[in-house]
Design a protein around this ligand. Structure first.
Ligand SMILES: Nc1ncnc2c1ncn2[C@@H]1O[C@H](COP(=O)(O)OP(=O)(O)O)[C@@H](O)[C@H]1O
Ligand SMILES: [Mg+2]
Ligand SMILES: [Zn+2]
Length: 359
């Protein structure tokens, strides 16, 4: 079992950082303990990757379905002892379902889920966790919103996303929104040191801090780096970090844009070859670009505003075509490697913005 699996919290009290979101989750469970009928039908959990979205969604789901609901002690939820809790954390629950939008993102998938939601749960509640909800099509989102207009009182939808801005505003109005942040270096470093102690890994506090800092607040990567330290049997933290921690997509996107705008083909090529998650990288490129335009132009210039909006509306297309686009960008670098930087800059910018049409 990897550290990330082994140390996935099952209680709100064991979640690292995320004070605001945890306290909101606690109130939802308190509400439930006080009156099981009185539970939100829709919860949105947003935040960067590896900071606890799925973790929090599962704890909430288990808490809301837990058979120990009669206990008015919130801290007991989820109790982790009943069959419902056991099933919730072993992926075998009939009532708690995780939907992967990588392959279920369309209207038919949404309809099937809404249909299932009509049947009474075996436990206290049925919970659908929809991961990377921003990948849902517009129609699928409308289908969920429609179902939420007449909630049946026994189902909760939990949407998780790294891209809350890509969801329509109706979602943010109708859902209780739990926002996760990158975990602070102090919190993450202390948490990593505690895991190291449990695993009898000899590592200094300074090295735990180094790991926390390198991951930019991503708990999953911090645990992976610590695991690499353990597996290597040496305390070469730099090496472990290099092997496990990906440069954040935002950092790569800004580096890449900087390379292009300054005409430095070599450095921008180096950045692109480091990209591990093409959809997120391209998404960040657009986001950073839109932000740059708005910052430069102020938000009063209508032309610039429209341009920035255009960048934003590209997101959906990007997510669908990212792998494709990434391959094309890499191919373009290959073709361009004989050109001088100013030309390649122009061509690259042109190529990058001519997204394929959808359909
Ligand atoms: N806030 C957190 N507190 C404790 N562990 C965390 C936290 N966030 C992430 N983790 C660790 O990282 C792993 C992946 O977290 P997950 O909740 O799946 O991240 P996300 O869904 O935000 O990408 C978990 O199994 C857990 O070990
Ligand atoms: Mg997740
Ligand atoms: Zn339980």
């Amino acid at each position: 079992m990897t550290f990330a699996t082994k140390y996935r919290p099952r209680k709100l009290s064991s979640v690292w950082g995320q004070k605001r979101a945890v306290s909101m989750a606690r109130s939802i469970l308190a509400q439930y303990a006080a009156n099981p009928e009185d539970v939100p039908s829709a919860v949105l959990i947003s935040g960067p990757t590896g900071t606890g979205k799925t973790t929090l969604a599962r704890i909430l789901a288990a808490g809301l379905a837990c058979e120990d609901a009669s206990s008015s002690k919130v801290e007991r939820l989820p109790c982790l002892a009943c069959d419902t809790c056991a099933a919730a954390f072993s992926d075998s629950s009939q009532d708690i379902r995780e939907i992967d939008t990588a392959n279920k993102r369309g209207i038919d998938d949404a309809r099937a889920i809404v249909e299932q939601a009509k049947y009474a749960p075996r436990s206290n509640r049925r919970v659908f966790i929809i991961d990377e909800a921003h990948r849902l099509t517009k129609d699928a989102i409308l289908c969920f919103l429609k179902a939420l207009e007449a909630p049946n009182g026994q189902t909760t939808f939990i949407f998780c996303t790294t891209e809350p801005a890509a969801l329509p505003p109706e979602i943010k109005n109708r859902f209780i929104h739990l926002k996760l942040d990158p975990i602070s270096v102090d919190d993450l470093s202390a948490a990593i040191a505690a895991v190291a102690a449990k695993e009898s890994i000899k590592i200094s506090d300074a090295d735990c801090g180094k790991i926390a800092e390198a991951t930019g607040g991503c708990a999953r990567e911090a645990l992976m780096a610590l695991e690499a330290v353990k597996l290597s049997g040496t305390v070469d933290v730099d090496k472990a970090i290099k092997a496990t921690v990906q440069a954040s997509p935002t950092r790569l996107a800004t580096d890449w844009l900087f390379g292009i705008y300054s005409g430095d083909l070599r450095s921008s090529l180096k950045t692109v070859t480091q990209v591990a998650d093409a959809p997120r990288f391209l998404n960040e490129v657009l986001r950073v670009n839109a932000a740059l335009i708005l910052e430069q132009a102020g938000d009063k210039d209508p032309y610039m505003r429209a341009t920035a909006e255009r960048f934003k509306t590209c997101w959906d297309v990007i997510i669908n075509n990212a792998h494709n686009v990434h391959t094309r960008v890499l191919a373009a670098y290959e073709t361009l490697s004989g050109y001088n930087p100013p030309d390649s800059k122009a061509v690259l910018v042109g190529l990058t913005w001519s997204w394929p049409e959808r359909g």
